[in-house]
Design a binder for this molecule. Structure first.
Ligand SMILES: NC(=O)c1ccc[n+]([C@@H]2O[C@H](COP(=O)([O-])OP(=O)(O)OC[C@H]3O[C@@H](n4cnc5c(N)ncnc54)[C@H](O)[C@@H]3O)[C@@H](O)[C@H]2O)c1
Ligand SMILES: N[C@@H](CCC=O)C(=O)O
Length: 541
């Protein structure tokens, strides 16, 4: 189909803008934030390239100002989901035959639109919908999303170039077909980049998609769809439905043409979806691909040789950036007794300096948690900690939902290494610390490995190389992303492919060729040049 072997632009990471006072990017994003905050957006479904208004709507409010309405979005009925499926299957006829370089051009254009004309808008939407500070919005909605789009194009061509050996009389070719049928993307609230990448990377590989965003990310999902539309994603290739996740999922998974689930979200939901796909397995035309990146209970272990200030900073950033609502957020920390005093002093000094409030005020490091359900759950764990004897609250512990869902960054110190908040994912600004005896390092590493069902990210901080080696070996299966002398968050596309195993997911590494491989079904074509005409082997005479 192609009329040349094309080189794609070399992917480079999008530089993170600083948003310093007086900078043009700061002025632009603040003005856009104000405009969006003070108007009302109408978000329809998007099916077959058309805006669909169902009339059944739900309002949208920023988590930091939950009585303020910034717009409303339309909820799908079953018939809309069925339309999304049939329109995707119709679009597949053309899209799956479209040359790869044409598909690539669309998503490279999307990257440039976000880097330029849409940057302030996608960042402001993320600040409003998900209550991210400008820095957290910039590294997610702008930079990480741009990186996904650019690097995926490079990964796609790397995959296509992977070809078998041929001989002089037979040419072996592998074509990387899109999956037969349609795919389903179910995305979380916490990363605009993930919401955009899950449908986009499947479409890039020639698939057609039904995408169900999180109810708490609709505003920034709308900007993503505007970008895709302007970049030229043809009608029917990516269809967006909002609303009841159970009804939408039941409808999608009931289709015999369902061919792949690309999920990011909580572990329990993913396991339920896997089970449902298993139950329906006899109905499908092909075995559906299942990719899920899910929860975490991410750790930092600080050796006695660690620099206490480095440990404290890794906790301050790793546990509290974006209110701990990263799957990679540090939420359990093991600190050697001899450095704990100093770590604690630095950490408490950091927490005292944190400012909390609306992301519009760029002095704030902490904003609100995503919704009332999350707020109430976190408040319950904090209240329980106030009651429990084995745990002390050394910072934070207050919360207030009168205006926004604000939870004070909270540090628990426990004497019980299996205390509930050392094991359970809370997904908020609460970190639990266990102080271990300096000479119990090896036992503590075993504890790290055995304490949680998850295995997403983790970090060791040490200046002793043997301690690093021991942690690297003993924690081999405890984290899919393992950091040495760093916090466990902040993976960058193209640098730290991201994902974990155990209950944290299928570890198909977002931001890598490995993930894209899940969305193709290779076909081997052997072409023989001189076709045999006699069945006898030479020795048969
Ligand atoms: N491992 C990773 O890469 C990664 C990245 C981001 C977030 N996460 C995880 O995501 C979670 C936070 O995100 P969230 O609160 O949006 O997660 P969530 O599981 O509540 O929601 C994720 C998506 O699933 C949908 N959903 C909810 N119930 C459903 C059901 N019964 N059937 C079908 N779909 C359903 C939601 O509407 C949403 O679109 C955390 O557990 C976090 O660790 C993991
Ligand atoms: N890319 C993110 C993780 C995404 C999960 O929420 C990080 O590494 O911090």
């Amino acid at each position: 189909m192609g009329k040349g072997f094309f080189n794609v632009p070399v992917a480079v990471n999008e530089p993170v803008k600083g948003y310093a006072p007086g900078s043009p990017e700061r002025e632009a994003v603040l003005q856009t934030y104000k405009d969006m905050f003070n108007s009302k957006v109408n978000v329809p479904l998007y099916i077959n390239g058309k805006d669909i208004e169902t009339g059944n709507t739900r309002t949208m409010s920023p988590p930091h100002d939950h009585q303020h309405i910034v717009g409303s979005y339309h909820l799908a009925e079953q018939s809309h989901v069925e339309d999304a499926i049939s329109t995707a299957l119709e679009a597949r006829k053309t899209w799956s035959q479209t040359p790869w370089e044409q598909r690539a051009a669309i998503f490279l254009k999307a990257a440039e639109l976000i880097a330029g004309p849409y940057r302030a808008k996608i960042n402001a939407a993320t600040m409003i919908a998900q209550s991210k500070t400008i820095h957290q919005a910039e590294i997610d909605a702008a930079c990480e999303f741009i990186d996904f789009l650019r690097f995926n194009v490079q990964f796609m061509t790397d995959i296509y170039m992977e070809q078998p050996e041929s001989t002089s009389d037979a040419w072996n070719r592998v074509e990387y077909r899109p999956l037969e049928g349609f795919t389903y993307a179910v995305t979380p609230f916490n990363f605009t980049a993930i919401a955009g990448n899950l449908p986009a990377c499947m479409a890039l590989m020639g698939n057609v998609v039904v995408w169900k965003p999180s109810d708490s990310q609709v505003y920034s999902a709308k900007v993503i769809m505007d970008v895709f539309e302007e970049a030229g994603v043809p009608p029917g290739v990516i269809n967006v439905v909002f609303g009841d996740p159970v009804m939408i999922t039941n409808t999608v998974l009931a289709s015999p043409d369902f061919s792949g689930l690309h999920f990011t979200g909580s572990t329990f939901i993913f396991k339920e979806l896997w089970k449902q796909i298993g139950t329906n397995i006899h109905n499908y035309k092909t075995y559906p691909r299942i990719v899920g990146e899910t929860g975490g209970k991410d750790f930092i272990i600080a050796h006695k040789s660690a620099n206490p200030k480095q440990v404290a900073t890794a906790i301050s950033r790793g546990a509290f950036e974006f209110q701990g609502q990263k799957c990679s957020a540090a939420s359990r920390v093991y600190v050697a007794q001899s450095i704990w005093g100093e770590v604690k002093n630095h950490l408490l000094a950091d927490l005292t300096s944190f400012k909390m409030g609306s992301p519009e005020d760029m002095n704030n490091f902490i904003t609100a948690v995503i919704h009332e359900g999350s707020f109430d759950k976190l408040a319950k764990y904090i209240d329980q900690a106030k009651e429990d004897k084995d745990v002390a609250i050394i910072a934070g512990g207050n919360y207030d939902k009168s205006k926004g869902y604000f939870i004070e960054p909270t540090v628990l110190v426990t004497k019980d290494p299996k205390y509930t908040t050392m094991c359970t994912e809370l997904f908020g600004p609460v970190v639990t610390i266990y102080v271990y005896e300096d000479d119990a390092y090896t036992e503590t590493l075993k504890l790290v490995d055995e304490t949680s069902e998850y295995a997403l990210t983790g970090a060791v901080i040490s200046t002793d190389r043997y301690a690093i080696v021991e942690a690297t070996n003993l924690l081999q299966n405890s984290a899919g992303n393992f950091y040495i002398n760093d916090k466990p968050t902040g993976a960058v596309v193209g640098q730290q492919p991201f994902g974990g195993a155990r209950a944290s997911g299928t570890n198909d590494k977002a931001g890598s060729a490995q993930n894209l491989l899940r969305w193709v079904s290779p076909r081997l074509i052997k072409e023989t040049f001189v076709t045999p005409t006699d069945y006898r082997y030479p020795f048969l005479g």
